[in-house]
Design a protein. Structure first.
Length: 350
């Protein structure tokens, strides 16, 4: 029976496109209570980073994160793989090493059989095994829509810890995966995607960002994050504003996933794209020759388990390029932008 079930039909959203809009999220997180400082909490709600980080006092820190969402693909095994790779990514994005995960499962037991949920968990176990960590437990509830993800624990040497708000003027920007995942995923949900494009999509969605642990060991990597539901523009805005700089994007250097522009021409655009763009449109400028509508649809496209966004000092560029080459990222060795003195805008696209 599970072979005939299309999970995306049972949810109103999918993948990291399910994220609450940045402006709404800020309202939710606002509190009238002043929480006492904890000297060991190095990264928490005071920043917009990928995970919380707690200093153990012995030169290392614990990284704690969670991420979950509704199905982005129809196959339950693949859904489990994608959701798990996406959740583990937050540890890698801070230069850390994952050590353990626990599952978060919401399941509409009146609509979907338990055997389908079992396949989701099997997919998760396969990715956890690839990451070298146990899926050590979890929690499940009866829910109106299928939801799955992980809470992940990692560790990091304090000297290797990376954050998203520590970029420096003159840094070069690199990304490690292609953009346009949300567009192709939406084409799949509308049954428009070709088999070739879907295979390319699935390969990227299930790829671990484990290279982030290697970048954590490079001193000249000044800032790092992963690109997920807010799109490249949203996550780069967080990096630029957090660092007090302006980011410049080289639009013609951006890697785009196969099929994305084809589906854009057919008006296949995720609903979250406009939400993302509306939250930051006043912070972005485009050079005149840029096709602004196309650029917005690609740069604000919500990514799921997207690539790492890395801000690198010029004198560390060759070391970063060497790590990319040695780990199969030949196509991502060219910078896609740089960090500049703030000019009042967060991002300039040229």
């Amino acid at each position: 029976m599970s072979e005939n079930i299309k999970l995306t039909q049972y949810s109103h959203g999918g993948g990291c496109g399910c994220k609450i809009a940045p402006g709404v999220l800020e309202e939710i997180l606002h509190s009238q209570y002043a929480f006492p400082d904890n000297k060991n909490l190095l990264v928490g709600n005071h920043s917009k980073d990928d995970a919380a980080v707690y200093d153990l006092g012995n030169g290392t820190a614990v990284i704690s994160t969670t991420d979950f969402f509704m199905p982005i693909v129809n196959d339950p095994f693949d859904f489990g793989r994608i959701a798990s790779a996406n959740a583990i990514s937050d540890v890698y994005a801070m230069g850390g090493k994952p050590i353990m995960a626990i599952a978060i499962l919401g399941w509409p037991i009146d609509k979907l059989p338990a055997s389908v949920a079992q396949r989701v968990l099997e997919g998760s176990r396969s990715i956890c095994a690839e990451a070298g960590i146990p899926l050590a437990g979890g929690h499940s509830i009866d829910a109106p829509e299928p939801i799955f993800g992980l809470a992940v624990t990692g560790i990091v040497d304090l000297t290797n810890l990376k954050q998203n708000n520590t970029a420096k003027e003159g840094d070069l920007l690199f990304i490690t995966k292609r953009l346009g995942v949300g567009i192709v995923s939406t084409a799949q949900k509308r049954e428009l995607v070709t088999e070739e494009h879907f295979e390319s999509l699935l390969k990227q969605l299930t790829q671990l960002n484990s290279i982030g642990e290697k970048f954590g060991k490079i001193k000249g990597v000044n800032a790092m994050t992963d690109i997920t539901g807010f799109g490249l523009l949203g996550h780069l805005t967080e990096m630029a504003e957090g660092s007090g700089l302006t980011a410049e994007i080289f639009y013609d250097k951006l890697p785009i996933i196969d099929g994305a522009k084809d589906y854009l021409a057919k008006k296949v655009i995720p609903g979250a794209t406009n939400r993302n763009w509306n939250s930051i449109s006043n912070k972005v400028t485009f050079e005149a020759e840029i096709n602004q509508q196309e650029a917005v649809n690609l740069l604000a496209d919500p990514q799921t388990n997207g690539g790492l966004l890395i801000s690198v000092s010029a004198n560390a560029m060759e070391e970063v390029q060497s790590v990319l080459l040695q780990n199969g990222y030949e196509a991502f060795r060219e910078p896609i932008g740089k960090m500049l003195v703030s000019d009042g805008k967060s991002i300039r696209v040229k």
